[in-house]
Write a protein that binds this ligand. Structure first.
Ligand code: SAM
Length: 275
């Protein structure tokens, strides 16, 4: 008998993956959590029926939610990841030697626990001495910190359940205040095929708050539509002004100095969402 996991990405469209086994399923305090072992993409973390990360393609997302901002800021010492309980963004942040402290704030400790247990390739750096892991609402954490962070990355689930408030204008204003005077923030902002309105709204909100607002893209095969976007809000530095010839080569598989520039070149139907 074959076993398949299907994610309904919209009411009328989805993806399906043949699976070897289910490693854990649990209804946590915040969401339905599962870790399944798929034949094509290896182990996969699923929250509320949505693919969060897979061993095979996670590097794209985790490199792209971190390195563009960390190479745009000249000296990011104090970094925050909101969400990101799988540990992938933290792993990439730690590749920057100038980072002195990387704080992870995920609302659901079970995501951290099961990522550590079943996804060591992704969560393996959470015990690094530079990392501080907190189980808390990122919305609260941001509101409790002023003028604290050089870079903030919002690596949250889609705007459902506990993540709804992480896509509101008030949260971006609070991030602005939690950042230092030359700080930068990045949020994952979903896909232009099924969530164009969300991208348009976030771009409008962030533009009203940050002097520099950029949208960039990456190809993530297990995410809805495969075309993913990220929104960057910056108080001072523009990622497009970065001299990519001065970006050092890192131990990465997707991000590179040329990708740093190319990611901000958008198809016309996506560029439209930034107007
Ligand atoms: N890369 C994935 C994506 O783009 O959908 C995100 C992966 S990460 C596992 C998403 C995390 O956001 C989850 O662990 C979830 O618990 C966390 N999260 C959701 N709402 C949150 C909140 N209000 N504060 C902190 N973490 C939150």
């Amino acid at each position: 008998m074959e076993l398949w996991y299907t994610e309904k990405q919209t009411e009328h469209f989805g993806i399906t993956a043949k699976i070897r086994e289910t490693l854990v399923t649990e209804k946590t305090q915040f969401q339905d959590l599962a870790v399944i072992d798929t034949i094509e993409f290896g182990r996969m973390l699923v929250l509320d029926g949505m693919v969060m990360t897979t061993v095979k393609d996670e590097f794209v997302y985790h490199e792209m939610v971190t390195h563009p901002a960390l190479f745009t800021h000249p000296n990011p010492k104090h970094v925050l990841v909101v969400g990101g309980g799988d540990g992938g963004a933290i792993r990439e942040v730690l590749k920057h030697p100038e980072v002195e402290k990387a704080v992870l704030v995920d609302i659901d400790g079970k995501v951290i626990e099961y990522s550590r247990k079943f996804l060591p390739e992704i969560a393996g750096m959470l015990d690094d001495p530079r990392v501080e892991v907190r189980v808390n609402d990122g919305y609260m954490h941001i509101h409790e910190h002023k003028n604290t962070y050089d870079v903030v990355m919002v690596d949250s689930t889609e705007p459902v359940g506990p993540a709804v408030q992480l896509f509101e204008r008030g949260f971006y204003q609070a991030i602005f205040e939690a950042l230092k005077e030359d700080g930068i923030f990045v949020a994952q902002t979903d896909n232009p095929w099924f969530k164009a309105d969300l991208i348009r709204k976030v771009q409008k909100d962030v533009k009203e708050i940050f002097p520099v607002t950029r949208l960039y893209q990456a190809n993530i095969p297990t995410y809805p539509s495969g075309l993913w976007t990220f929104t960057m809000g910056s108080k001072k530095y523009d990622p497009l002004q970065v001299d990519e010839t001065r970006i050092p080569e890192l131990d990465t598989k997707y991000y590179s100095p040329s990708i740093h520039k190319a990611a901000f070149v958008l198809p016309k139907f996506v560029e439209e969402l930034t107007k």
